[in-house]
Unconditional design. Structure first.
Length: 163
C-alpha cells in the first residue's frame, strides 16, 4: 500500500489529534467534580479520549515505513482496543441511563457514535493487510469521525455539563 502521498495529511492529523486529546483531558480535569456526579460521564470522557488516541496512533503508524501487512495488523489491533473502550463506555452509559430514564434512542445514538469512530480503523486494517489502496480512505474516515465526534463529547463535558 502506498501512503507516501498521504504523508502531509498524517503529519497534520497526528499533531491535531494529539492537541485535541490534550484539550479534552484539560476539559475533563476542569469539570471533573461535575463529571463524576453523573455516573455515565466518566465513560463518555474515556471514549472521547480513546477515539482521539486511536486517530493519533493511526496517523503515527501510517507515517512509519513498513510492509502493508504490518500496518494492517497494527490498525486492526489498535482498532479493536479502541472499539473495546467504546463498548465499555456504552455499556456503562446504557446501564446508567436506563436507570435514570434517558430515552433509548439517545443511548443508541451514543452506541452508533462509538462504532463510527472505531470500525473504520478495523476495516482499514483488513484492507491494508491485503494491500488494498482503499484502506487509506477508511483511515481518513476514522480520523475525521474521531475528531468531529470527540469534539461533540468535549463540548458536553465542558459546556453542557454546566447547564
Amino acid at each position: 500500500m502506498r501512503l507516501e502521498s498521504w504523508h502531509d495529511f498524517f503529519v497534520a492529523s497526528g499533531g491535531a489529534t494529539a492537541a485535541l486529546a490534550g484539550l479534552v483531558v484539560v476539559a475533563i480535569s476542569v469539570n471533573i467534580e461535575r463529571i463524576v456526579k453523573y455516573k455515565q460521564l466518566p465513560a463518555r470522557a474515556a471514549a472521547a479520549v480513546g477515539a482521539l488516541v486511536m486517530a493519533l496512533v493511526a496517523s503515527l503508524i501510517c507515517l512509519a515505513v513498513q510492509p502493508s501487512l504490518a500496518l494492517g495488523l497494527e490498525l486492526i489491533g489498535f482498532g479493536v482496543l479502541a472499539w473495546l473502550v467504546q463498548v465499555y463506555a456504552i455499556r456503562n452509559i446504557w446501564r446508567r441511563d436506563r436507570e435514570a430514564g434517558r430515552p433509548t434512542y439517545e443511548v443508541v445514538a451514543d452506541l452508533l457514535r462509538g462504532q463510527v469512530q472505531t470500525l473504520p480503523f478495523i476495516v482499514a486494517g483488513v484492507l491494508a493487510s491485503a494491500d488494498v489502496q482503499a484502506a487509506s480512505y477508511w483511515i481518513l474516515a476514522g480520523i475525521l469521525a474521531a475528531i468531529v465526534l470527540s469534539m461533540l463529547d468535549a463540548w458536553i463535558l465542558l459546556v453542557e455539563i454546566l447547564r
